[in-house]
Design a protein around this ligand. Structure first.
Ligand code: ARE
Ligand code: CA
Length: 412
């Protein structure tokens, strides 16, 4: 009676007195974010909302010209330690391999794993990486038709609702032919273009699984891009001026195969390959990295929009920005809008003072980094583009945001 029954390894921690909190808010506060990577069905009732709310969101986004790509967790279901229970959508599951909401049964799970633990023990063994459990997550047998068709039904449901593509979570842990076969089973109606696909395959040094094994299926996340952005904008190990040929010459995949980002929900908090990425926690360098990514012609860029955290498992704030919780406190909202047509950076230590070709017609432009165009007037710095389309660009080395960006939409 004198011990608080804490989970093993968490003894001696504190209690919180949640005076008058609502049950759903408590549930949400204490749910680690990674729970959503442990599906127990393909129903759309989750911590993010109901199926009807999802459909409404897709419709409203489409009406505004915004496409939705879903994060598809199809390599596995919940973890071996998840026990028995009901999912957030009410589906029964147990870790003797029953997931009634799909339904999946014991025959739908991988039997080809050869490790003693049943988990991936060695990433140097390609078979283990595909056939064993990633951190204990119950591994689906993607070679079976019954599994492929259940996933295809889920994809068809999503296409019917109106989504436009998928991030394939843990694609590294699926055989490429299984992903391909599953996608080929999904309906592509006459008036609908084929779904956009980008796969999560963290290519790592000498490991045998390579992104090139998946390029025939769709795009891939080029993780090297984010690591290199960290080297440049966080650690300053690489000089900006050496970026002139940044792309496939830098041991990255061809631009047409790549989707790139500065950081993601894993490496932002030390999950996944973690490492040297730059995040919103280093705002000055991060802004430059995002601006660079958006202006540099390589891959399809994806900007991050996330929430602040202290522990690696901390779930999202109970209130979303729309409920009155503003960006800049618990929600970071790293995403930015608009596009710049000419951009110059200086991170070399000295002053940049040069006439540079901008590709823009002559005139006075507002620098959209230090300000914007408001009622015909620039609120920040201005840049004069001469009739030969060059401009004199000066960026001091002492500036905290050593970058200038101008575009045709902000001409004074
Ligand atoms: C959680 C607990 C685990 C527990 C498990 C099952 O943390 O301790 O065993 O549940 O109960 C996320 C979280 C995980 C979480 C999981 C399920 O990050 O911590 O596990 O959800 O709730 C590899 C994969 C890559 C994967 C990363 C995380 O290759 O696919 O690990 N990334 C995706 C998502 C994650 C998500 C999952 C997959 C699972 O983006 O958010 O996990 O759906 C080397 C290798 C990499 C490897 C990396 C880390 O760099 O080359 O391939 O990445 O190490 O192991
Ligand atoms: Ca697998």
């Amino acid at each position: 009676r004198k011990t608080p029954n804490c989970y093993y390894g968490r003894e001696g921690q504190v209690l919180v007195h949640l005076f008058s909190w609502k049950w759903p808010d408590i549930a949400r506060e204490y749910r680690p974010w990674w729970e959503r990577y442990q599906p127990v069905s393909y129903k759309l009732d989750s911590a993010s909302g109901s199926r009807d709310e999802f459909i409404d969101m897709v419709n409203r986004c489409k009406a505004a010209g915004v496409q939705i790509y879903i994060d598809a967790v199809i390599n596995h279901m919940a973890g071996i330690d998840a026990g028995t229970g009901l999912g957030s959508g009410g589906s029964y599951y147990n870790t003797q391999l029953r997931f009634d909401g799909v339904p999946y049964g014991p025959d739908d799970f991988n039997t080809r794993c050869t490790t003693g633990s049943g988990n991936i023990e060695n990433y140097a063994d390609e078979g283990q990486v595909r056939n064993c459990r990633l951190v204990g997550l119950l591994d689906l047998e993607g070679g079976k038709n019954s599994v492929r068709s259940k996933i295809a039904d889920y994809f068809d449901d999503m296409l019917q609702i109106g989504i436009d593509g998928y991030r394939i979570d843990a694609a590294k842990h699926m055989w490429p032919e299984d992903i391909n076969a599953t996608l080929s089973m999904t309906g592509v109606t006459e008036d609908k273009v084929e779904a956009f696909v980008y796969q999560e395959v963290i290519e790592n040094g000498n490991e045998p699984v390579k992104t090139s094994q998946y390029t025939h299926i769709g795009r891939l996340v080029e993780f090297q891009y984010g690591y290199k952005m960290g080297d440049i904008f966080k650690w300053q190990h690489i000089k900006l001026s050496s970026l002139h040929n940044f792309g496939s010459d830098w041991s990255m995949m061809p631009s047409g195969d790549a989707l790139v980002s500065i950081d993601n929900h894993d490496n932002q908090r030390g999950h996944g390959a973690g490492g040297n990425v730059i995040t919103h926690k280093q705002p000055e360098g991060y802004k430059l990295a995002v601006i660079f990514m958006l202006s540099w012609p390589y891959g399809i860029p994806r900007v991050m929009s996330s929430y602040d955290f202290d522990q690696d498992w901390t779930g999202p704030p109970a209130q979303s920005p729309a409920d009155g919780e503003s960006c800049g406190s618990s929600w970071i909202c790293e995403h930015s809008r608009g596009s710049a047509s000419f951009i110059a950076f200086n991170r070399e230590g000295g002053e940049l003072n040069m006439n540079l070709p901008t590709g823009l017609p002559g005139g006075t432009y507002c620098d959209v980094i230090s300000g914007d165009l408001l009622n015909g007037v620039c609120t920040g710095k201005t840049v004069t583009v001469f009739s030969d389309s060059t401009a004199n660009i000066r960026i001091g080395s002492d500036s905290s945001t050593p970058v200038v960006a101008i575009h045709i939409g902000a001409k004074a």
